[in-house]
Design a binder for this molecule. Structure first.
Ligand code: NAD
Length: 359
């Protein structure tokens, strides 16, 4: 990355704006990137991380903001992509003043960017941000915990993949292997059981989550973490960390479908999505199937209603079917097809706005 030059990078990936900010009183150091606002204001969470270099922080922010453009576009939301990273050790920098300073910078962007929580920021932190700006979502007492909505979206994505593979979206009689029974994995397992899943295996590292499952659903069988990929099931659902689909794990996968909540689940997006296609495994692109969380906070902007958010998350079913069709038609991976799908929506909306209509 020795030759990294910001304007070349912005031009290559069509970024709109990069803002660096520093607050004199609290030492807040941050970057906000607005990638694309064709569809609406750029929305993306604020991440605090102790980056080793400023370039590392900038590149992370650029990459994450671009990801948000595609995620919201593919989710059918009227939002663009943005992100904020704050440089520092989270346990040391956080305070009311620190987050209010952030709120003031967010406000200065005048609604072009909306923030939310992300790694190392909480709803409580965002309540301080909200004291200084209207452009923040994911607040306490509003849309609440996004995980049940995310899991519901994943559930409908699984149904779409089953339909594509077997001609029936029925959960009944099907088997599943779920990696991670934390927030999203736990709700997903519950939804699958409610619909009559035949057999569910799960793996976990956290003893409390293993115990919860044993008490609530003893029929859901625990397997060791390294055994989850090779389970002979219909669907493998990664609901833990990113990067778990890689050169080492993909050859071991026996499930014909991969569909879970985990973000950035492919270690190398291009190489590993191709590898899955070559093995005949139907992969539900992570940023499409796990969009329930952003769909949930989006509804805060128009007056939150849980039933409406859940109904919107169910539309992930149709979107995935469209994406599978694009992948087949263009002989590309489902991951590449999801990008095509998102870019097409941005282009279509851009095109229809080329005439003047007074409002
Ligand atoms: P979580 O921390 O509540 O749950 C993850 C669980 O995975 C934890 O219980 C952890 O112990 C377990 N785990 C981690 N590594 C494991 C391993 N190797 N083997 C077995 N278990 C392992 O997190 P979450 O909110 O459920 O999110 C899970 C994934 O979904 C993350 O990648 C997150 O970014 C993504 N996601 C979550 C949401 C949401 O609404 N929560 C929205 C979009 C994407």
């Amino acid at each position: 990355m020795g030759q990294f030059t910001i304007f070349d990078y912005m031009q290559k990936h069509q970024y709109e704006q990069v803002v660096h900010f520093f607050d004199r009183s609290t030492g807040l150091k941050g970057i906000t990137v607005i990638h694309n606002t064709t569809l609406g204001p750029a929305l993306g969470g604020t991440r605090i991380w102790n980056y080793t270099t400023e370039e590392e922080a900038l590149v992370d922010c650029l990459r994450l903001a671009r990801g948000m453009t595609y995620k919201s576009a593919a989710a059918g939301l009227n939002l663009g992509g943005g992100k904020t990273v704050l440089i520092g050790e989270a346990s040391q920098v956080k305070s009311e003043a620190y987050f209010r300073a952030l709120g003031r910078f967010v406000q200065s962007l005048n609604g072009r960017y909306i923030t939310a929580e992300d790694v190392n920021t909480s709803t409580k932190d965002m309540s301080y941000v909200a004291m200084e700006t209207d452009h923040v979502v994911g607040l306490e007492g509003k849309s609440g915990n996004p995980s049940p909505v995310t899991a519901k979206g994943v559930f409908h994505g699984i149904r779409a993949a089953l339909f594509r593979k077997y001609g029936s979206a029925e959960i009944q009689g099907r088997s599943f292997a779920v990696q991670g029974a934390g927030q999203t994995g736990y709700f997903l397992i519950n939804y699958l059981l409610e619909e009559g899943a035949q057999e569910i295996f799960f793996t976990e590292l956290n003893p409390r989550h293993i115990e919860r499952m044993r008490l609530e659903h003893p029929q859901v069988r625990f397997v060791n973490p390294d055994e989850i990929f090779s389970q002979e099931v219909d669907v493998l659902a990664p609901c833990a960390l990113g990067g778990v689909l890689n050169d080492e794990t993909i050859p071991r996968v026996k499930a014909p479908i991969i569909a879970g909540s985990a973000n950035n689940v492919l270690l190398d997006e291009e190489a590993h999505s191709r590898m899955l296609t070559d093995r005949g495994i139907l992969y539900c692109p992570d940023f499409v199937i796990n969009a329930g969380g952003i769909i949930n906070v989006y509804h805060e902007l128009t007056g939150y209603n849980k039933d409406r958010a859940m109904a919107d998350a169910a539309r992930i079913y149709d979107r995935l079917l469209d994406i599978f069709t694009i992948a087949d038609r263009e002989s590309i991976s489902t991951h590449a097809a999801a990008k095509v799908f998102a870019k097409q929506r941005i282009q279509n909306i851009k095109n229809l706005r080329d005439n003047y209509i007074p409002r």
